[in-house]
Ligand binder design. Sequence first.
Ligand SMILES: [Zn+2]
Ligand SMILES: [Zn+2]
Length: 297
Amino acid sequence: MSNVSPSTPAGAIGSIAPLFLANPVTLYETRARRLRTLAESESSLRGYLSFVAQVVEVQHALSRRDDSAPMPTTTLHVDWVTPPLSMARLLQDPFWQESLAALLTVLSPLVPPPVQAVLERLRKLNATQRTAAAHALFNNDVSLVGSDGAPFVWAALSLAAMQRIARSKIVVDDKSGAERHLCPLCGNAPVASVVHQDGLRYLHCRLCESEWHVVRALCSNCEGSRDIGYWSLEKRYPAIKAESCGDCHSYLKILYQKDDKDVDAVADDLASLALDARLEDEGFSRSSINPFLFPPP
Ligand SMILES: [Zn+2]
Ligand SMILES: [Zn+2]
């Protein structure tokens, strides 16, 4: 077991860091810049990527604000079995509701009227309704806020989760061989895999943005290794492949930092939708949802 401050990496198994924690300020700043760059090169997605960049810029601004009522410092013990930042624990914390209220207020004057109407709909929900909606989103159920409202609720939850982790003492058990297809901190599915410069593969959490080590050529959904395939549209996305599994018929994008050091799990996954279309044509379905692309109910 090792004690670590909330900076990367957390813990160590041999020479491999099992877990990287996100710094919300840096992450949002880098992601917004990446989205702006991708919006320039992906003309068919320019409008949406620019809009997402705007939301991430607001997340960045909120991550930097002075919180007048700081959360108590708690310990989150990563034992690789039971995620310490459970959804119930996160939702009990009033900080996520404050984050959502602030996000809606700051974003509203920046977006066009149809999006303002979505924000207004969310603003009218009371705290109990928002909590119920968040609970549903953790189960990929968008029926309470719609697929157009879900990204804003998730953006606030994600910010709150990251800040909660950043203000906690993180204790990581040295445990290899544990099941690792869900985030060891918050229990959510990965949005994508990222192969770091050193060649090690990490899964990137779609909620708390932590990254945890999983060996390569292993399905991130069912942990099968029998029938793993790689698909790419190399000319268009040189640093991105899709990793498919013939056992559970799912796939997840895998991003290679050696081919582009600036890849971002959420931004690049969103900007490579043509690869999703290819995989769906081949009969595979996504094993995870991008936080800015919740499917309709
Ligand atoms: Zn997580
Ligand atoms: Zn599988």
